[in-house]
Design a protein around this ligand. Structure first.
Ligand code: DOR
Ligand code: ZN
Length: 394
């Protein structure tokens, strides 16, 4: 097929042209291309982007499938323009084995919608102590380990994990929250563990990825660590740049919604290249669980619209810069052959309408999680179609 006369945007280009897709791959980019199937976008406000990749997603499968399962989660992903997700291990049971990870990955693949990588926990049952399940892992056998949802409080345990992962080329995704501060000062909880992990990164010569960075102090420390040459990467969520705590009535999420100065610091870090990826921390919960205080919100289906409205419309980022954060860099971090509109890459593509405005209605979500503080918000920029390996999946 050929997608014609459409604005083609990735981190390296932004122009109007045609893309031809053949055998699952991007075969040709140019002007005046032809094939059996042709879709002409001349005169529209649509743009063709490399489909997004989300480094931080909770599908709750197995064990918590009343909140989400691999099928509803995959549908939510493609509706949001995503064709690849990195799944967190805080399921029931916690994912600590290759067998469980492979089972989840197989069941996601069977939906035919997206690619999923399932991460393993850093410690058994996310208890922050026993990491013996990491020892038998071979070099490059898995991409990431994480205890997301919790921080590893014990410095000695964390140092050991750094060393084990360094030897095996495994990425650490750190949810920085020092539990002794969680009840009293959530800013200190994030900052203290971020500083600790940077120190361990320096000491061990290891590598670390910081999840959902939300404070000015943490992002500034990460900027300094990068300038120093440490192997540090980080992600920011759409929700932490879309609103302050006050604006969403302190809707419960970990880390919490922050202050205006934090939002400004995160956006500045996106502009300067300190932020590597935008990740949703898609955290579906039932209405009842939310009422009982479960933190988090559904993220996949609103991410592009929130980011376009809050970052591109006001002129903080170009669409190219947004694509780099939502697709190019996270795809490279997951070692995928996608993330650019480039000949030879997988034809994982997303078509968005950058002018379309709409009101957020959680009833429309494919996700089982209808939990969002953004219901009723007017957003601009909407995902219209998603292709996975050349096949229309949304
Ligand atoms: O708000 C959150 N919810 N933050 C996390 O780190 C975990 C997530 C969840 O699993 O619900
Ligand atoms: Zn987390």
């Amino acid at each position: 097929m050929v997608i014609k006369n459409i604005r083609i945007v990735d981190d390296t280009q932004d122009f109007i042209g045609d893309v031809r897709v053949e055998s699952c791959k991007i075969a040709e980019i140019g002007h005046g291309l032809h094939d059996e199937e042709e879709y002409d976008y001349a005169g529209t406000s649509c743009a063709l982007l490399p489909a997004f990749t989300d480094l931080h997603v909770h599908f709750r499968d197995p064990g918590l499938t009343h909140k989400e399962d691999v099928v509803t989660g995959s549908h939510a992903a493609v509706r949001g323009g995503y064709t690849a997700v990195n799944l967190m291990p805080n399921t029931k049971p916690v994912c600590s084995s290759l067998e469980q990870a492979q089972d989840v990955q197989r069941r996601v693949a069977a939906t035919g919608l997206i690619f999923a990588n399932q991460t393993l926990s850093m410690t058994k049952n996310l208890e922050g102590k026993d990491f013996s399940h990491l020892l038998p892992l071979k070099k490059n056998e898995i991409l990431f380990v994480t205890d997301d949802g919790r921080g590893v409080d014990d410095d000695v345990v964390m140092e050991q994990i750094f060393l084990i992962c360094k030897e095996r080329h495994i990425g650490i995704m750190s949810h920085t929250e020092k539990s002794e501060y969680s009840k009293v000062d959530m800013r200190k909880a994030e900052n203290a563990m971020t500083f600790r992990d940077i120190d361990l990164c320096r000491k061990t010569g290891g590598r670390i990825h910081f999840c959902h960075v939300s404070t000015k102090e943490a992002i500034e420390a990460i900027a300094r660590a990068k300038a120093e040459g440490l192997e540090v990467t980080c992600e920011v969520t759409p929700h932490h740049i879309a609103a302050t705590g006050e604006e969403v009535n302190h809707y419960r999420v970990n880390p919490p919604f922050r202050e205006k100065e934090d939002v400004e610091a995160l956006i500045a870090a996106m502009q300067s290249g300190v932020v590597d990826a935008i990740s949703t921390d898609h955290a579906p919960h039932t209405a009842e669980d939310k009422q009982n205080g479960s933190p988090g919100m559904t993220g996949l289906e609103l991410a592009f619209s929130l980011c376009y409205t809050k970052l591109v419309v006001p002129g903080y980022l170009t669409l190219s810069q947004l694509v780099k954060l939502m697709s190019t860099t996270p795809s490279a971090m997951m070692k995928l052959n996608k993330g650019r509109v480039q000949v030879g890459m997988d034809a994982d593509l997303t078509i968005v309408d950058t002018d379309m405005k709409y009101i957020v209605d959680p009833k429309e979500f494919a996700s089982k999680g209808k939990n969002t503080p953004f219901a009723g918000w007017q957003l601009q920029g909407r995902v219209l179609h998603t292709y996975r390996a050349g096949k229309l999946v949304f």
